[in-house]
Design a protein around this ligand. Structure first.
Ligand SMILES: Nc1nc2c(ncn2[C@@H]2O[C@H](COP(=O)(O)OP(=O)(O)OP(=O)(O)O)[C@@H](O)[C@H]2O)c(=O)[nH]1
Ligand SMILES: [Mg+2]
Length: 278
């Protein structure tokens, strides 16, 4: 029985990262865009998220729409707090490695964006451990990579991370191989979904040969993908990068236009109107 004197109400959210059931609920409530962040361990995915959040706090804006709230403020804070100077005199640092759990879906960070026509969209960004993607790139159905497979299946758009630091260093062959395999694996199912290759840690400079090899892999597997550079040395680069993918994903592509096949050889049956070329 409802106690009518009890005026307290339960807060429906904890502000922590969202899970699958939260996503299903919110995705159905209004226009939403789920962006999958793909990349091997240590490639800069969580830094990308934290940097975007910190830039928003500083008042930076996306051209697509203005920040208008978040259901995961606690989660944003917990990744961004590492970059702050705190009372215990700890120096700012990068967020820690995203723990490799047993979840079947990645942690999801959320914010709302409102465009000039007052259309609000929910933006969801995945934050998953890089090992998932390396594993998934080798074996799509691996039991310890179900979250990566889920991300590839359900995301509306993708950001792939290329780690310039590793691509420049002693482990460059491993980095190149891992990245190429992730690109190839995503290429199998990406279709026409917007994709962005982010050259993360672009304050480092891999050789032109390595960069070209990755660009060739991108061109043959995901020809519509675009490229952008980000680095903590230019904090605004993170806003610009997310902006680019948001712009492409904001208005979804509808089905490809249907073109009727030419069924006969007579000019009468082949006629498609004045605008069509024969
Ligand atoms: N030089 C340089 N180093 C960076 C930059 N961004 C991130 N790093 C370094 O890269 C490390 C990994 O960054 P994360 O954002 O944690 O990488 P991640 O992809 O989330 O890693 P996982 O959670 O393990 O998958 C950081 O701890 C920094 O040492 C950058 O712009 N420049
Ligand atoms: Mg991480």
């Amino acid at each position: 029985m409802i106690d009518e004197d009890d005026v307290s109400s339960r807060v429906p959210w904890s502000s922590a990262a969202l899970g699958h059931s939260d996503l299903v609920r919110m995705y159905q409530q209004g226009p939403s865009i789920l962006i999958g962040l793909l990349g091997a361990h240590n490639t800069g995915k969580t830094t990308f998220l934290a940097a975007n959040y910190l830039q928003l706090l500083l008042g930076e804006k996306y051209e697509t729409g203005e920040f208008c709230g978040s259901q995961t403020l606690g989660a944003w804070e917990s990744i961004a707090s590492w970059a702050r100077i705190n009372n215990e005199n700890q120096l700012p640092s990068f967020p820690p490695h995203t723990p490799r759990g047993v979840e079947r879906t990645p942690g999801l960070l959320h914010f709302g964006l409102k465009d000039i026509n007052d259309v609000v969209k929910n933006i969801f960004l995945t934050d998953a451990p890089g090992e998932w993607y390396t594993r998934w790139a080798v074996t799509e159905d691996a039991v310890d990579a179900v979250g990566a497979k889920w991300t590839a299946l359900h995301s509306d758009a993708f950001i792939i991370f290329a780690d310039c630091e590793k691509l420049e260093g002693d482990e460059r062959s491993t980095a190149r191989r891992e990245l190429r395999m992730i690109i190839e694996r995503l290429g199998e199912s990406v279709g026409l979904r917007p994709t962005l290759l982010v050259w993360a840690k672009s304050d480092k400079d891999p050789s032109d040969g390595i960069k070209r090899a990755i660009q060739r892999a991108l061109e043959s597997n995901i020809p519509h993908a675009r490229e952008v550079e980000v680095t903590v040395a230019k904090p605004n680069s993170f806003i610009k990068a997310l902006e680019l993918i948001l712009t492409e994903a904001w208005t979804p592509n509808f089905c490809l236009p249907i073109t009727e096949p030419i069924m006969g050889n007579t000019p009468f049956l082949a006629y498609r109107g004045h605008h069509e070329k024969f």
